[in-house]
Write a new protein. Structure first.
Length: 114
C-alpha cells in the first residue's frame, strides 16, 4: 500500500484547508484509514480515522472543526479543517491499516499563521 498526501500549505488563523490522501497498491486490504499529526517538539497524535464501513473516530479536541471523509471510487481520504488555529500547525500524516500491517504516507505540512 502506498499513500500520497497532498494539499498542505500556509493558511491564516480562522481559515480552512482540505488535505487529501490517495491510496494505491493493495487497497483491497485496507480496513481503516486516517490522519495523524505531529507538531514541532511533540509526539504524533491521532486526528481522525474512518473505517471501510464508514465508522469515524475523532480526537476529542478536534471534534466540530475537522471532518474526515472518503471517496471509495478514488481511493482517497480527505480531511477538511475549519476554524484553523496556530496550534494546528503540524505535519499531517496519512495512515492505513490492513489485517497484518499499517502504512504511513510522507506527510504534508500545514502551517497556520496567527
Amino acid at each position: 500500500v502506498q499513500l500520497q498526501a497532498s494539499g498542505g500549505g500556509l493558511v491564516q488563523a480562522g481559515g480552512s484547508l482540505r488535505i487529501s490522501c490517495a491510496a494505491s497498491g493493495s487497497i483491497f486490504s485496507i480496513n481503516r484509514m486516517g490522519w495523524y499529526r505531529q507538531a514541532p517538539g511533540k509526539q504524533r497524535e491521532l486526528v481522525a480515522t474512518i473505517t471501510n464501513g464508514g465508522w469515524i473516530n475523532y480526537a476529542d479536541s478536534l471534534k466540530g472543526r475537522f471532518t474526515i471523509s472518503r471517496d471509495n471510487a478514488k481511493n482517497t481520504v480527505y480531511l477538511q479543517m475549519n476554524s484553523l488555529k496556530a496550534e494546528d500547525t503540524a505535519v499531517y500524516y496519512c495512515h492505513a491499516v490492513t489485517t497484518f500491517y499499517d502504512y504511513w504516507g510522507q506527510g504534508t505540512l500545514v502551517t497556520v499563521s496567527s
